[in-house]
Design a binder for this molecule. Sequence first.
Ligand SMILES: [Zn+2]
Length: 128
Amino acid sequence: MSFFIWSPNRALSQRQPDATRCRCAVRGVGSYFSHQCRNKVKVWRQYEGKRMGFCALHDPVKREALRATRAARWEAESKARDERDAYSDARRAWLLASVEVVRRIAAGANDARGLAGEHLAAEPKKPA
Ligand SMILES: [Zn+2]
């Protein structure tokens, strides 16, 4: 369901909205024309300089709070995904470098233990 607020700046045809009902113009799934939300007014809000009534579902303050919560969650998820990707890339590069270390040891490197220890210490840390 999509909707917009039936405001003075965004009129829904020439009709006047029913003041006892929510001021959102809604559109059901698959329908082309919008109509005023049928829910009764639960809260009054100042919107575009006018006092308007909204139902609990379309309360602009609640919608904004919900939007902010979702944006914060998406931001956190995106950051976690980026960290996982960076770890995955670093881990792949480290594993490829391991082959090189083993080759050097097999070729008779003087300090095999030091070389292996150094490489193991450089292992990328998994993000929490
Ligand atoms: Zn409504």
